[in-house]
Design a protein. Structure first.
Length: 282
């Protein structure tokens, strides 16, 4: 595929200015659009129906990732060739990869998630760091979870750091946003889902839960703030407060690591109990 000279040569172009504003939460919310940077995110966006609106690409990136640019055009996105300064102006990364997409919001209403009767859900309550939020979303996707819920006290799902940290998983599974934690827990319980709060000071041990065979049913894990965990009122909503055992000398696990351990423990238990889940692809 051959491309001509860059068509957006000025960072002051109205299209560039509109894209640049999406780095700010209030503009994202107003326009219901967000930025997806890099080839992996743009490829996933192009493959997700009616999501990718525009694509900005340097000439070098357009030639290197000609297949992605082609997929973007087939998806109906407007493709703009731009010089490196334009991409740097739009990008929120230190070293842009030459592709920046503008995407429509794709969060799912919480009621739709409940109606699908999920068996494994990650609930992010009071998670404020966008990198952690995106990484937990990626862990949930990898473990085969059917949904992720971000409470109203958690970070914006479409923060550029969260989008990058999800490494494309944002486009793979339903995510509900802005759900009060009480509503999230009550709705999931009504749908027959057991609620486990992950907390380093939990009274129940993850190994013991696995040994007792209590984790084979539908489960939602509630993960808390990176620094201070879950508040008492949130822990009180759970059916059990579970800690990941520390067998070595480490003081603790970070949020994303603990989430991965918990989600994979549930995925394994569910496969063993019913053979109903597969977290790997052939």
């Amino acid at each position: 595929m051959s491309f001509g000279a860059p068509e957006l040569i000025s960072p002051r172009s109205p299209r560039v200015s509109a894209a640049r504003r999406l780095a700010k939460r209030n503009f994202r919310g107003k326009e219901r659009l967000f930025l997806a940077e890099g080839p992996q995110a743009v490829r996933e966006a192009a493959g997700h129906a009616d999501t990718l609106v525009e694509l900005f690409a340097t000439l070098d990136a357009a030639e290197r990732y000609a297949d992605i640019v082609g997929e973007a055009r087939e998806a109906g996105a407007r493709v703009h060739l731009a010089d490196e300064q334009v991409i740097a102006d739009i990008s929120t990364t230190v070293t842009p990869q030459g592709l920046v997409g503008i995407c429509r919001f794709l969060d799912t209403p919480f009621e739709e998630i409940l109606a699908a009767r999920p068996r494994l859900v990650a609930v992010l309550a009071h998670v404020r760091d966008p990198g952690n939020a995106g990484t937990v979303l990626r862990c949930a996707d990898a473990a085969g979870a059917e949904a992720v819920v971000l409470t109203d006290a958690s970070v914006d799902l479409y923060n550029p750091k969260a989008v990058r940290a999800s490494v494309g998983s944002l486009f793979h599974l339903p995510v509900a946003v802005g759900v009060p934690v009480e509503r999230a827990v009550a709705g999931l319980k009504d749908a027959g889902v057991r609620i486990l709060a992950a907390d380093g000071a939990g009274t129940d041990d993850l190994d013991d839960e696995l040994d007792k065979g209590t984790m084979g049913g539908p489960t939602a894990w509630v993960f808390g703030n990176e620094a201070w965990g879950l508040p008492e009122e949130t822990r009180a909503l759970a059916d059990a407060v579970v800690r990941v055992p520390i067998h070595g000398k480490a003081e603790s696990l970070n949020l994303a690591t603990a989430a991965a351990v918990c989600l994979y423990a549930s995925a394994r238990a569910q496969r063993a109990s019913g053979g109903c889940r597969s977290v790997t692809k052939a």
